[in-house]
Write a protein that binds this ligand. Structure first.
Ligand SMILES: Nc1ncnc2c1ncn2[C@@H]1O[C@H](COP(=O)(O)OP(=O)(O)O)[C@@H](O)[C@H]1O
Ligand code: SF4
Ligand SMILES: [Mg+2]
Length: 358
């Protein structure tokens, strides 16, 4: 990705609230799981944007809302990958840079179907996301046929699928076999081939390697990076594992309890985290460096409920730097250094708790 690339997607104040079932007739207030609570970020054309945070912080929800697989409760998601002329005027949206874009939240299902091909998802679990009754060839070809790229009778159809399979490291003999006949790594390759066969522009990889052995993880990550290069893709790469995200991402966003707390170029985030939560996550990554005498921050307490998140800074119940203001005033998400954003009242203090002891 080159410096200053333009946005492929611009997300503004994205919220996703899941309504909770009322537990008694006397309960008047409708409660919500605030899975995504006002997220704003740009995903630049050609980059890999890594999204990290503990399990349950809202990463998968964000990936799915971005693709409009779940209806978005509030906010805008503007996609710049198509010309707005392809859509009716009321669905166009002026972008912050005055370039035209398409607000995905305003599209009707029929219009969204036009964009499904552009916007793909690679799932965490290759075991459950592949239909066991379909052959590998059928699985990979399904979307290709649905989007009218080929008809079943086209002489080039099978050749196209086999070419995609080979690109993803799958042998042609697998075409007529079933997914259960393959290992986890090969199944993930099938899932990747299925998504990439429709020639998308943007792919959400949700914990795409988390279910795999470490040795297979790096093969799949390398495959994803090669394919990105060859097909000029843009990725949102979601993982709970910071070391995986570091390996693949240009920029990284850190989420806590439905909010983005830090965003920076991957190198900057690892060199100098500017949010206490990121500092704690980084300190917990195992290292083999004997010179590294960095202290580990153990985050105490459980993650609070996203139904009634703490007031002020949501992280204050677990933050080693918290002061009174943190309990009442939510910190703003500010650009503390060029391209490096953080939401914390005490950015200047971050790093004190893990500073090397000599
Ligand atoms: N379909 C759903 N209905 C209700 N709550 C949900 C749904 N999907 C996710 N949640 C809740 O939203 C929060 C965020 O979940 P998720 O996005 O899966 O987090 P992550 O991917 O970071 O582990 C969790 O509290 C989860 O229980
Ligand atoms: S605002 Fe306060 S509680 Fe929140 S991360 Fe910063 S120091 Fe910690
Ligand atoms: Mg998830």
């Amino acid at each position: 990705m080159s410096e200053g690339s333009s946005a492929l997607l611009a997300v503004r104040n994205l919220k996703k609230y899941f309504p909770l079932k009322r537990t008694s007739l006397r309960q008047k207030e409708q409660l919500y799981v605030r899975a995504n609570d006002g997220i704003s970020l740009d995903i630049k054309e050609g980059e890999t944007f890594g999204l990290v945070g503990e399990s349950g912080c809202g990463k998968s929800t964000f990936g799915r809302v971005l693709l409009q697989l779940y209806p978005q409760t509030e906010g805008e998601t503007i996609y710049y990958g198509r010309r707005p002329e392809e859509f009716q005027p009321e669905y166009r949206k002026k972008a912050p840079s005055n370039e035209p874009g398409i607000d995905l939240t305003q599209l009707k299902p029929k219009e969204m179907r036009l964009l499904r091909r552009d916007l793909q998802l690679i799932f965490q679990d290759p075991y459950s996301s592949l239909n066991p009754r379909m052959t590998v060839g059928q699985i990979i070809g399904e979307g290709v046929l649905a989007h009218g790229m080929f008809t079943r009778r086209d002489p080039g159809f099978s050749e196209y699928i086999v070419a995609i399979m080979e690109q993803c490291g799958l042998s042609p003999y697998m075409f007529h076999r079933y997914p259960h006949q393959f290992s986890g790594g090969q199944r993930q390759r099938i899932g990747i081939a299925r998504s990439l066969a429709v020639k998308p522009r943007f792919v959400v990889c949700d914990e795409a390697v988390s279910a795999l052995d470490v040795s297979i993880q790096s093969q799949i990550l390398n495959l994803l990076m090669d394919l990105k290069q060859e097909q000029k893709l843009t990725y949102l790469f979601i993982s709970h594992d910071l070391s995986v995200v570091k390996y693949i991402s240009d920029r990284i966003g850190v989420m806590y309890l439905g909010s983005l707390v830090e965003l920076a170029a991957s190198k900057d985030l690892f060199q100098e985290p500017l949010h206490p939560y990121t500092e704690a996550l980084l300190s917990a990554i195992p290292t083999t460096d004997p010179q590294n005498n960095r202290k580990v921050i153990l985050l105490e307490g459980d993650i609070p409920s996203p139904v009634r998140p703490p007031l002020g800074c949501k992280f204050h119940t677990r933050c080693p730097y918290a002061t009174d203001i943190c309990k009442t005033d939510p910190p703003e998400f500010v650009e503390a250094k060029p391209g490096h954003y953080s939401a914390c009242h005490h950015i200047d203090r971050v790093g004190e708790k893990t500073r090397r002891v000599s």
